[in-house]
Design a protein around this ligand. Structure first.
Ligand code: OAD
Length: 240
């Protein structure tokens, strides 16, 4: 299972690309920035206050959002299978908040900050980290605990995701444009799996999947879980 920002559109959150994408961040002069210019170690070194003010708005939006029927369906799907792993690129924590447990967050979790020097981690309040509080006592600077452009994915998360993709029978690819690597490479790593894309539009890997449902996540996933649960009355699954 690989999910991306489209998963949370029906929770009211914007994507990074395409029709539902967020407004580009702007620097002091009003010039729109490419996301890669902001979400990178270089962007943070150039203007940490700008980076934090952009992320603080995301943190508040995420805190105000609720998991949708798609997130809930994936939490239920997990209960049906002994081997199940949900690899997400999302940092909005909605999968965990919907009850998914076998989750790897490839790009981190925006509910946390970490010191860029000593690695100390803290939980961020729901309205974000005030810019006056970003200096850490070790002399380093607190940053969002997410993966930025040019950075490695968390090693353990990436290893688990790769191993799951390589051994999977079925891989669902939901709500991702599959343009950002290495996460997108999970689709091609899953050589022997039957790959199903769930996305109203074609992603960059649309040509490499076995089946595509051109539907939204919150529509398609509950239906799939209902079908999978047929004939499995003992499955640990709850219905609403
Ligand atoms: P994108 O914004 O690139 O792609 C979102 C995808 O969701 C698009 O393919 C849409 O067609 C699809 N979509 C929109 N609404 C949907 C719905 N209701 N149901 C299902 N799909 C829908 O988001 P990601 O692929 O997640 O990284 O982006 C990958 C990474 O790019 C992000 O994790 C982020 C960004 O740079 C970092 O911040 C490190």
């Amino acid at each position: 299972m690989l999910t991306g920002a489209g998963m949370s559109v029906e929770s009211g959150l914007p994507t990074f690309r395409g029709a539902n994408a967020f407004e580009p961040p702007r620097e002091g002069s009003g010039r729109p920035l490419r996301f890669e210019e902001l979400a990178s170690p270089q962007g943070f070194a150039r203007d940490p206050a700008l980076v934090w003010s952009w992320y603080n708005a995301r943190i508040a939006a995420y805190a105000g959002a609720r998991p949708n029927a798609g997130h809930e369906a994936l939490a239920q799907m997990e209960a049906l299978y002994e081997h199940f792993l949900l690899a997400t690129q999302n940092v909005d924590s909605l999968h965990r908040r919907a009850g998914s447990r076998n989750v790897v967050e490839l790009h981190g979790d925006l509910r946390e900050a970490r010191c860029s020097k000593c690695g100390h981690r803290t939980v961020i309040a729901q309205n974000g980290l005030p810019v006056e509080e970003i200096e850490h006592r070790c002399g380093g600077r607190m940053r969002p605990n997410v993966v930025w452009f040019g950075e490695m994915l968390p090693a353990q998360a990436w290893e688990r995701a790769q191993a799951a993709a390589a051994s999977a029978d079925v891989v669902l690819v939901v709500g991702t444009s599959a343009q950002v690597y290495p996460a997108a490479s999970l689709v091609t790593l899953s050589g022997r799996a039957y790959v199903i894309e769930i996305n109203p539009d074609e992603s960059a890997v649309a040509g490499a999947v076995d089946a595509a449902l051109r539907e939204s996540a919150a529509h398609a996933l509950p239906r799939i879980v209902r079908s999978l649960a047929v004939g499995r009355p003992n499955a640990r699954i709850r219905w609403h």
